[in-house]
Ligand binder design. Structure first.
Ligand code: GSH
Length: 212
């Protein structure tokens, strides 16, 4: 069996696992789950992932793993993406929790209603403004960090970069200009120049459809 990734298009969380698979050059099956059509709540998909969200990954041994950052950790084992020392691994985890608590919860919905379903932008305008404000402290903190470090960890490119990159590289699509965060913009280009990097726009399915 090969690894199977269940994902929807355009999602920063799904992109993280997909990008790691590209960069470690691991073959995998891609199963598209159409979140906009509600396919993540279909009986067929709930039988795979009872949480009813994407991304979801099933390992070659048939073990299901939820949470994008847990997938990164699994995929990073025994590759150059995993930091070498326990201090660096703890620091990577710190940034991955930071990503899920200070960045993703605000950038993701602001971007969703601004760019993915722009027809809902006007009716969500107040909430979008709140999400944008809530994202700013985390982005400022990250920008300060990246003034001093080329990548998230002093040891170099790692799964912590992929985690933070997932949504931070599309902040402009959430109405948060890169011009306000020049060190983040510099880091974005550095990540895009790493070996095997492929952009979110190239994340396309190559699996069979899940029956509704
Ligand atoms: N913390 C989770 C977030 C998973 C998540 O909320 N996924 C979204 C797409 S990015 C989803 O499936 N939304 C549809 C729903 O909640 O029904 C992760 O990092 O994987």
């Amino acid at each position: 069996m090969t690894i199977k990734l269940y994902a929807c298009l355009g999602s920063g969380n799904c992109f993280k696992a997909w990008l790691a698979l590209q960069q470690i050059n691991k073959p995998f099956d891609f199963q598209l789950i159409d979140v906009l059509a509600g396919e993540q709540k279909s009986p067929a998909y709930l039988a795979v992932n009872p949480m009813g969200v994407v991304p979801y990954m099933v390992t070659a041994d048939g073990i299901g793993i939820g949470e994008s950052n847990a997938m990164l950790w699994y995929l990073g084992e025994e590759t150059s993406l995993m930091p070498d020392t326990k201090e660096e691994r703890a620091t990577a985890l710190k940034w991955m929790f930071f990503e899920q608590s200070k960045l993703e919860p605000f950038i993701s919905p602001a971007r969703f209603f601004t760019t993915i379903v722009p027809e809902m932008k006007a009716e969500q305008a107040e909430k979008i403004a709140q999400w944008q404000e809530s994202a700013k402290p985390g982005l400022s903190f990250l920008n300060e960090h990246l003034k001093r470090y080329e990548f998230m960890l002093s040891s170099g490119y790692s799964l912590a970069d992929i985690s933070v990159f997932g949504y931070t590289h599309v902040i402009d699509e959430a109405g948060l200009p890169f011009a306000d965060y020049p060190a983040i913009a510099r880091w974005k280009s550095a990540v895009e120049a790493t070996a095997g990097f492929k952009p979110l726009s190239q994340m396309v399915p190559h699996g069979e459809a899940v029956a509704a």
